[in-house]
Design a protein around this ligand. Structure first.
Ligand code: ZN
Ligand code: ZN
Length: 130
């Protein structure tokens, strides 16, 4: 039983890892991983488990109340401020220069020290702008 659970968890994690710059709702994940050996209930169960462990992050998408999830690459993502497109759900990192400027002006203007790891900036990506 334990092993079975671990395997489904890994399928889910692998899927999100492969699409690390995108976010998906639970239902989308269920549809996209269909046939790969993970059940619908396992998707939802493992999503909340992985979120608690900090392996994935919950993001919001424009006009949708459903929670979306995306993978967090701990090594790669550490210290980066994330951008998340509210239209397509695509995520990325802001450039180091921009991050530095934001952090510096927050300290200067507001005396606020930014926690980059926890920061997601929502907006509309280049592709979705048109
Ligand atoms: Zn990242
Ligand atoms: Zn977009």
């Amino acid at each position: 039983m334990k092993k079975y659970n671990t395997r489904q968890r890994q399928i889910l994690l692998d899927f999100l890892k492969e699409h690390a710059d995108e976010s998906f709702s639970g239902l989308e994940i269920v549809e996209k991983t269909e046939g790969s050996g993970i059940s619908k209930s396992a998707v939802y169960r493992n999503l909340s488990g992985l979120e608690k462990e900090g392996k994935i992050r919950r993001v919001s998408k424009d006009g949708e109340h459903t929670a979306h999830f995306r993978f967090i690459d701990e090594e790669h993502c550490k210290g980066h401020i994330h951008l998340s497109c509210i239209k397509c759900g695509k995520t990325g990192h802001i450039s180091d220069d921009a991050a530095k400027k934001i952090a510096e002006s927050l300290i200067e203007e507001d005396g606020f020290s930014l926690d980059s790891d926890e920061t997601v900036i929502y907006g509309i990506c280049d592709k979705c702008k048109s």
